[in-house]
Structures are given as C-alpha cells and as structure tokens.
Write a protein that binds this ligand. Structure first.
Ligand SMILES: *[C@@H]1O[C@H](CO)[C@@H](O)[C@H](O)[C@H]1NC(C)=O
Ligand SMILES: *[C@@H]1O[C@H](CO)[C@@H](O)[C@H](O)[C@H]1NC(C)=O
Ligand SMILES: *[C@@H]1O[C@H](CO)[C@@H](O)[C@H](O)[C@H]1NC(C)=O
Ligand SMILES: *[C@@H]1O[C@H](CO)[C@@H](O)[C@H](O)[C@H]1NC(C)=O
Ligand SMILES: *[C@@H]1O[C@H](CO)[C@@H](O)[C@H](O)[C@H]1NC(C)=O
Ligand SMILES: *[C@@H]1O[C@H](CO)[C@@H](O)[C@H](O)[C@H]1NC(C)=O
Ligand SMILES: *[C@@H]1O[C@H](CO)[C@@H](O)[C@H](O)[C@H]1NC(C)=O
Ligand SMILES: *[C@@H]1O[C@H](CO)[C@@H](O)[C@H](O)[C@H]1NC(C)=O
Ligand SMILES: CC(=O)N[C@H]1CO[C@H](CO)[C@@H](O)[C@@H]1O
Length: 894
C-alpha cells in the first residue's frame, strides 16, 4: 500500500539536505578525550575518558567525563561501549534487541581481533591478531560526545568494499564519495537514492582481499553515516542521541559468510516460516470489492498459474479503520466465504493491519475504546492525553508497544477480528505504516483540519457491489522493562542542533509525518530515541498475536519498517517502488542487503512494480526475477493498471515457466532457511560471498545466488534479449538444459534470452534436491517425488543437504536431515530420516558425465539398462531410482 500520496511527492523531493554543512576540519580540531584509570581484567578493559582540552561545543556542550568499556565477548567479537559517566542516557532496550552474553572463556589471547588504543588523545583501533591488519581506527579523528551529538570516525582503505547501512536504494556496494546514509524511519515513496527509508540497520560488512569483517553500532537514534574519499577515505558516524555501542566482528580471512553468521549471533537468526510462504502471493491496493478479490483467485486458477496466497490491502476496511470490514464492499460473510474457499483449495489468505487506530471517542469503535480503556496509546509531550496524528482513517492514536498492556490488547484484537469462527481466518499478517507514518505535516497542531484537508479517509469511488453476487462455485509478552528515566530536559528534541542531513521536507524536522519525537511511552522513553524501533516492536507484537491465534504453528508476518534483529520474527517487502526498469534492477541490491547482510531473509520487492503502470515486458521480466526473491509477491497501487500475471499471455507464460523452476526449488530454499535459522548462513548471496578473492565480483548487484548454488542473471534492460553476465572461473551448469558451462572469469553476453526465460545456472559442487515437477499448490508439492541433481565442481565432487519437516510447526517432533555426497562417480545419501515425507526419490541426474557409462548401481545392485539413459549433448546421465525417501542409499556409475 502506498503510505504517502503522490500529491506529497513534490514537497518531499525538494526537502533534502536542509541542514548546515560542517567542515570536517572543524570537527577534527575538537579536543577529544584522554584515557586514564585504564584497568584490564581478563577479557575486559575499562577506562575513564576526560575531555582533553578546551570544549569545542559544536552542537551543544561537550560532556566532560565518559566511560569506556571494552569486552572481548567471543573469539570473533569485541564490544566497545562509550557512555556518559555522570548521567543515564538512552540505550536500545534489551527487550527490543536482546544482546548476546559474553563467552567467559574468551580472552585477548585467543581472540581473532584485538583492541588497541592510544591514551592521549584517546583513539582506538581494531586489528587482526594474526596479520596485524588494521580494520578500524579512529586515529587523528577525535571523538565528540555531546548531549545531542556523537561523532566517531574511522579511516578506511582506498576504494573500500563496504556493504550494508540500510535500508537504502543505493548500490549494494556503497558509494564512497561524499556519501551520506541517514537512519530515520520514514514512509518513503519512490525516493531517489541516498535518502532514508523505512528501516534502519546500522551495520556494515567490509570486504578486502585479506578478509571480511563487520561493524555494528547498536544505536536506534537518528544518525548520518558518512563515507568520503575526498582526501583519504573514511567513515564517520554522526548520531543525535544514545551511546556509542559498537560490536566489531572479525569475520574471516577466507570465508565472507562467517561474518554474516557472527552478526546473527548478535541480532538473532531468522525465523522459520511456514513452507507455504515460498508459494506465489498476489496482492494489490485498489481491489474495489470482494467480487474482484474472488475473481483474481479464480482467474489465476483458470490461467493455470499457481497462486498460493491471496492478499488484500486496506481496501477491505470500513473507512480504513483497522479491525473492521466495509459492510457494503467487503461484507464479513462474503470475506469469510473467500477465506473458506481458499482454505478448501489449499490456498492462504493474508490481510493488512496498520498500527494507527482511528481516534473516535464515544462512537462505539471497539479497537479504539478498548485501547483507551487499557490506556495503551503513545502519549503527547507534557500531557497524559494520547498523541494524535493523521493516517488513513483520519485522526489517529498509536499503540505504545512499550506499555505492558499493549501486547495483550493487540493479541485480543487479532483473536477477535481474525477469529476463524466468527471473523477473518488469516494465515499470515501484513503490517505497514509502522515507521510510524502519519500524513500530518509538521507542525501537526491541528490533525483534525489536516485530515479534512487531505480527505482522510478518502471516499470510495467504485459502485456498491451486489451483496449477493455469486462467487466461486499465549505467547511471551514484550517485557516492558522500565527504563531508567532518560533526562532530556535540556535537549531540543524537535530540532536537534545537528540534524541528520538527508531528512525529508518540513524543514528537516524529525517529527514531520510521524509521531512527534517528544511523544512519550509508558516507560518514560520518548520517540526521539525509539522512533527507529517502532516498526520492529509492532512486528514482535504482531508475531506474538499470530502465534496466540494458532498456538504451535509458525506464522508469516511481512512488515515495512525494520530495525536490527527484525528477521527473528518477520519478513519484509521493500516498500513502495515504481514500475520501472531502475527499480526492477535495484531490487536485487535491496534483497541482497536484507537477506545477506541484515538477517531479514524473507524479503521481496513488489513484482511488476508498485506505483505507475507496468508494461507487459517489464512485468514478464520482473515475474521471472521475482521468482528468485525469497518472498514472491505481485503487488501494485490503486491508481495503476491491473498487473496480475494472467493479464497478458506473455506474462502468463513467463510466470508459468519460472514458477516451474521456483516450485521445484522450494525444498532447496526451505533447507537454506532452516540452515539460516540455525546459524545465520544467508539464503541469498552476492557473488563475492562465494568468490571472495575475485575482485570482479565485489561490485556485482545485478546477479546473485539464490541459496548458495543457484546463480541468477536476469536481463537488465528494456526490450533487450541479451544480458552481460559475469561468470567466475568455475564450472556451472545451465539449469534448463543441465549442460556444463565453464566460467572463465569474464563478463559474457548471454544472447537470445526471450521474454519468457531467465538465465539460471547451477554452481558446480552441489547436489540439488528438487521436486520432480511443480504443482498448483505447495500442499501438492509436498506430495511430489524428489529428484537429485548432481552437479560436480572442478574437483569432480559435490555435496548438498535436504531438510524436510511438517512445514508448519514451531517445534518439530521429528525432521529429516539428509546429506548428499558425490565423489568418485558415486552419490551417497545419508542422514537422519525422522519425518515421513511419503515420497520417493524418483531419479538422480548426474551432470557433466563425459561419456556414456557402462553400468549403474543402486545400493550395489546393477540397475537395468532401461532404467538409466545418457545424453551425450548435455552430458547428463539420468538414473530412475524410484526409491522411497526414508533412508540412505547410494548410486554409482562406471
Ligand atoms: C598499538 O598502539 C600503540 C600506540 O599507538 C602502537 O605503538 C602499537 O604499534 C599498536 N599495536 C599494534 C599491534 O598495532
Ligand atoms: C556533497 O553532496 C552534497 C549533497 O548532495 C552537495 O551539496 C555537496 O556539494 C557535495 N560536496 C562535494 C565536496 O562534492
Ligand atoms: C582535504 O584536505 C584539504 C587540505 O588539507 C582541506 O582543506 C579540506 O578541507 C579537506 N577536505 C575534507 C573533506 O576533509
Ligand atoms: C477475471 O476474468 C474474467 C473473465 O475473463 C474477467 O471478466 C474479469 O474481469 C477478471 N477479473 C479480474 C479481477 O481479474
Ligand atoms: C512541552 O513542554 C516544553 C517545556 O515546557 C515545551 O517547550 C514544549 O513546547 C511542550 N510541548 C508541547 C507539545 O506542548
Ligand atoms: C544553520 O546556519 C544558519 C545560518 O548560519 C543558522 O542560523 C542556523 O542556526 C544553523 N542551523 C543549525 C541547525 O545549526
Ligand atoms: C522498448 O520498446 C517500446 C516499444 O517499441 C518503446 O516504446 C520503448 O521506448 C523501448 N524502450 C527502450 C529503452 O528502448
Ligand atoms: C524462449 O526461450 C526458451 C529457452 O531458450 C525456449 O525453450 C522457448 O521455446 C522460447 N520461447 C519462444 C516463444 O520462443
Ligand atoms: C521507496 C522505494 O523506492 N522502495 C523500493 C522500490 O523499489 C526498489 C527495488 O524494487 C526497492 O529497493 C526500494 O526499497
């Protein structure tokens, strides 16, 4: 759904960079601090930091006394924390981002990275123990610590490969010249690059030929992170509150994926989602009524395109009030009929829920009345009355996720409205507008007037449908740990002296179009500090509410706003993009950021584009690219043309072709997500994760790996039927023909890529578990036999894994974890077979077999001639195994 209307666009675009430029030399001339009382105790070092000279008072008075605390938490992680010695400052609450414990066996002696410092002026560096290579150094850049301004700057090598610092629409490898990443959650619409978006992940991975490491700043305040190479290259944090709370991760000198796993140790590994989440999802903003929704479902089916899940945007609501249905356009009984129909066809149903609740005192609107009774709203400054904004339904209040009663309130509203017995039985939840977004321009002194001026809620324009038209034939609650009161009495919250430079319109006001920064939570925290975690707290509350509805069952929650750690509970769609080629291509950088860096793997962009009108060829290409997003959903805006895949023959064909590939690969990606859940191994990877020494791969963000072994190289230009794709020096196999393709470490042009196909290659070295064929639903897919594709690497070997469980339970009673190993022309399947999959391994296909084999053995017994075949052109040996998938076996050819 669109958060912001196009009418606001002009205002928004001209609003950037209103803040004053600060000469870096002025900041570098600040006195910095002097370290004293340095004490080392085992894995910990503490020190006092005292202002080292005349205060520079750049954006407020320099704080005289700081505390430094350095902890070697694990052999790969050092925690460096700098706080105000004399006063309590805001820190990201443990309830929102639980921090990992230190491993007591850690000491500087067994650590892979070291903390080093100079006392006066205080500066520190992090270096690799073995090689002494410096990874981070604040040398010659004094630390500045003021009530509303923190600055810390590190030197970087020339032309660094830096990734992360999202959410953004910039290239995956970040620009390094005069580049600013602002972190401040914002309801963005078609924003150009270099602006702040919906979520915030203050972590970066830096890759060098000598290794990959990461730096995470656990801080939720607004900030600018600047990378510049004007004189020498550096990265500078400019933060408007909180503390300097850094985690340095050693990563690895050889395997970039290690750093992703180490980051997951801090923010948590991703949630497992139901198996059906990997099916195709269809949505749009602007379905006029329940009849249209039902037609989309039947039209997909008629077109023979598998549709797993039907979604509905805010259209279904009565005057856009959450937890209501429009009695005329989306009457409850007809919507229940749709849910029943979907469920009886093994399909699913997802509806949108926004956080803002319509402010309707005395009008009998239950969600408002019950929340008011429980007193769960975010409060206005200096006042015990709720903070008011203006969102879709008009004037609204906002749930305060820090209030200990809010989880219960939210869970009960979900239980009531989404009740299988009397309400809408959804299978997953979609949460939006949780930056939190408000349409009220700053100053929002009269939200009632602004709501009227903006026609909120907008009137319906479609004719009323016939009400009788025939269609179809207790979870853990958020710990509201009471925060010690943070003293902001001397601070200018609305207009801090340093203002993050890429703020949008409204004079760069932090409060513009969101809950005011001085709005107060039940535990005394203010939005100034917690704004960036609002969406993630709503995500947790929604995840918990969904678990309470269906105890024991996993859930799929898709959110717009995220903070570090969000992936432990929710997935994410990339927001309101445009139906154009630049957004089609930049979506790859978007999913790479979320899935391979921030640990939010259930991610996808709106396929075919959200705003504006898509075209037949764009939609065909995007359907095919989108089949390799972990979360695959077609969605667009109310004023755009319809873009369901069945609308054009070309798109229908493209979608069918690619869904055939995707569905056969679902168990492969489901296995990858299970692994991610165990240890943080990303399910989408940039090329350099697999080829860390090949510098040609470092900037690539138009190709990527789906899982660790499926290389996707989409066509990137309009009307083109070719694509320039890079193939590292390695063995690949064409996914369709299974023929070998030798990469040479060059960019090649793949020709004749028509509008219903997408280049997909298997990276040599893997045994892929595929379903033998694709199906119309994932329920049917689970009843379909497997086939194994053995794709040897340059050393002639291959390995792989397959995880199978019931696909829905949070806790599995028994699961199957099979491993595949191929060596010396023999495939060995072994492992633990706890889950009765009830299907066979129908066949095994060996790729890159140079000549016709004389004989094939299954478990040591010769296979009849008629049960294997060899294709000399594609070099594929196919063996029909027809063996039950419930135990180990081996297949060998000679
Ligand atoms: C640690 O810092 C000190 C003081 O700047 C410096 O002399 C020393 O070389 C550094 N050690 C390493 C291993 O970088
Ligand atoms: C840096 O970027 C800003 C904003 O885009 C621009 O105003 C400024 O001139 C640039 N500075 C340099 C040195 O390029
Ligand atoms: C680069 O160095 C020159 C000369 O020292 C200095 O005047 C200029 O301000 C520096 N620019 C930046 C962005 O640090
Ligand atoms: C569904 O298909 C029917 C028959 O082609 C068509 O009349 C209708 O407009 C379609 N509706 C939607 C919402 O796709
Ligand atoms: C709250 O009180 C402060 C200090 O008295 C004042 O500056 C501010 O404007 C007040 N805020 C509101 C929303 O009334
Ligand atoms: C920016 O500069 C102008 C003019 O020098 C000054 O009036 C204003 O206070 C400055 N703003 C900030 C946020 O420092
Ligand atoms: C692609 O082809 C269409 C139809 O011929 C044309 O309108 C469009 O301008 C072309 N786009 C590009 C980038 O050449
Ligand atoms: C498109 O390309 C694929 C793969 O090369 C081929 O199988 C298919 O027949 C082509 N489709 C058309 C319509 O030419
Ligand atoms: C606001 C915005 O531009 N959102 C998304 C639009 O499209 C690209 C790619 O599809 C995403 O990366 C953006 O986040």
């Amino acid at each position: 759904m669109v958060g912001m209307k196009p009418a606001f666009l002009a205002l928004l675009l001209c609003g950037v960079a209103l803040c004053n430029f600060t000469d870096p030399n002025v900041l570098d001339a600040c006195p910095g601090y002097k370290a004293s009382h340095v004490t080392t105790r085992g894995a910990q070092l503490t020190a006092d930091l005292t202002l080292a000279g005349k205060a520079c008072n750049i954006f407020g008075p320099d704080i005289e006394q700081l505390k430094l605390e350095v902890t070697y938490e694990t052999t790969t992680r050092i925690h460096v924390k700098i706080t105000d010695a004399s006063s309590q400052r805001y820190e990201v609450p443990e309830s929102v981002l639980p921090r990992p414990n230190a491993d007591p066996s850690t000491s500087p002696h067994n650590a892979e990275i070291q903390f080093n410092y100079t006392s006066s002026p205080f500066a520190f560096s992090i270096f690799r123990t073995q090689t002494k290579e410096i990874l981070f150094s604040t040398a010659s850049h004094p630390i500045i610590f003021e009530p509303q301004y923190l600055r810390l700057k590190t030197n970087l090598p020339a032309n660094p490969n830096v990734y992360g610092l999202g959410e953004h629409t910039d290239p995956f490898r970040l620009p390094t010249h005069n580049y600013t990443r602002t972190m401040w959650s914002r309801d963005a619409y078609l924003v150009p690059g270099e602006t702040n978006l919906y979520g915030n992940h203050p972590v970066y991975f830096e890759h060098r030929p000598t290794g990959t490491h990461a730096v995470f700043l656990a801080n939720s305040n607004g900030m600018d992170i600047k990378i510049d190479d004007t004189n020498s290259t550096s990265l500078e944090y400019n933060v408007i509150g909180g503390v300097l709370d850094f985690y340095f991760l050693s990563g690895s000198e050889t395997d970039p994926i290690e750093v992703a796993r180490q980051y997951a140790e801090i923010v948590g590994t991703p949630a497992e989602v139901p198996y059906w989440s990997f099916g195709l999802h269809q949505c749009r903003f602007g379905y006029p009524d329940y009849i249209a929704v039902s037609q989309v479902i039947t039209n997909y089916s008629a077109a023979g395109i598998p549709l797993e899940t039907m979604w509905t945007d805010i259209d279904y609501m009565d005057r856009r009030r959450i937890f209501t249905v429009d009695p005329q356009y989306f009457p409850l009984d007809r919507m229940r009929e749709i849910a029943d129909y979907l469920h009886s066809h093994d399909q699913r149903f997802v509806l949108m829920t926004d956080p803002a609740v319509a402010y309707l005192p005395g009008e009998g609107y239950g969600p408002f009345d019950r929340g008011t009774q429980d007193d769960v709203w975010l409060k206005a400054a200096n006042d015990s009355s709720p903070f008011l904004g203006a969102v879709w339904p008009g004037v609204t209040v906002f749930p305060d996720w820090f209030n200990s009663k809010t989880q219960d309130y939210w869970t009960k509203e979900f239980e009531m409205f989404y009740s299988p017995a009397t309400g809408l039985d959804i299978d997953g939840a979609w949460i939006d507008m949780n930056e939190p977004s408000s349409f009220c321009n700053f100053p929002c002194t009269d939200p009632f007037q602004q709501a009227r001026d903006q026609q909120l809620p907008p009137p319906r324009t479609a004719p009323v449908p016939d009400p009788n038209a025939p269609i179809f034939g207790q979870p853990p609650s958020v710990q509201a740990s009471l925060q010690k009161r943070v003293d902001h009495s001397q601070d200018n919250l609305q207009s801090p002296p340093y203002c993050p430079s890429r703020m949008p319109a409204g004079g760069g006001m932090l409060s513009d179009r969101t809950a005011y920064v001085d709005a107060v939570h039940a535990n005394g925290l203010v939005e100034y500090d917690t704004h960036n975690i609002y969406g993630t707290m709503m995500s947790t509350a929604t995840h918990n509410a969904m678990l309470a509805r269906r105890p024991g069952l996993r859930t799929l929650v898709i959110t717009r706003s995220t903070f570090a750690g969000a992936g432990t509970r929710v997935g994410k769609w990339l927001g309101d993009n445009n139906s154009d080629w630049p957004h089609y291509t930049s979506s790859i950088a978007g999913i790479l950021g979320m899935a391979s860096v921030y640990q939010v793997p259930m991610v996808g962009a709106d396929i075919c584009g959200y705003a504006g009108d898509t075209t037949e060829t764009l939609c065909a290409r995007w359907a095919m690219l989108g089949a390799f997003y972990p979360f695959m959903r077609d969605h667009n805006a109310d004023t755009s043309i319809s873009q369901e895949f069945y609308r054009w023959p070309l798109v229908t064909q493209a979608a069918k072709n690619v869904l055939d590939i995707r569905y056969r690969l679902i168990d492969y990606i489901y296995t990858a997500l299970h692994q991610a859940h165990l240890d943080g191994t990303p399910i989408i990877q940039p090329l350099w994760y697999q080829y860390p020494k090949d510098a040609n791969t470092f900037p690539i963000d138009l190709q990527f790996f789906f899982g660790s072994s499926i290389l996707v190289s989409p066509v990137t230009e309009e009307n083109s039927t070719s694509v320039s794709a890079y193939f590292p020096k390695d063995t690949f196999y064409d996914f369709q023909t299974l023929a070998p393709y030798e990469g040479t470490g060059n960019t090649v042009t793949l020709e004749n890529v028509n509008f219903t196909s997408i280049p997909v290659h298997i990276r040599g070295g893997v045994v892929l578990p595929l379903r033998e064929k694709s199906t119309m639903t994932t329920t049917q897919l689970r009843e379909t036999d497997f086939e194994l594709v053995v794709a040897p690497g340059t050393n002639g070997e291959a390995s792989g894994a397959l995880y199978v469980d019931d696909g829905v339970s949070v806790t599995q009673k028994s699961a199957t974890e099979a491993t595949f190993n191929f060596k010396n022309s023999e495939l060995t399947v072994s492992g633990k077979f706890g889950f009765a999959a009830g299907v066979d391994v129908a066949r095994v296909r060996f790729l890159g077999v140079k000549s016709s084999p004389r004989s094939v053995e299954l478990n040591g017994w010769a296979v009849e001639k008629g049960s294997f075949s060899y294709d000399a052109t594609s070099q594929v040996l196919t063996v029909n195994t027809g063996i039950a998938f419930k135990g180990g076996f081996s297949v060998k050819y000679t």
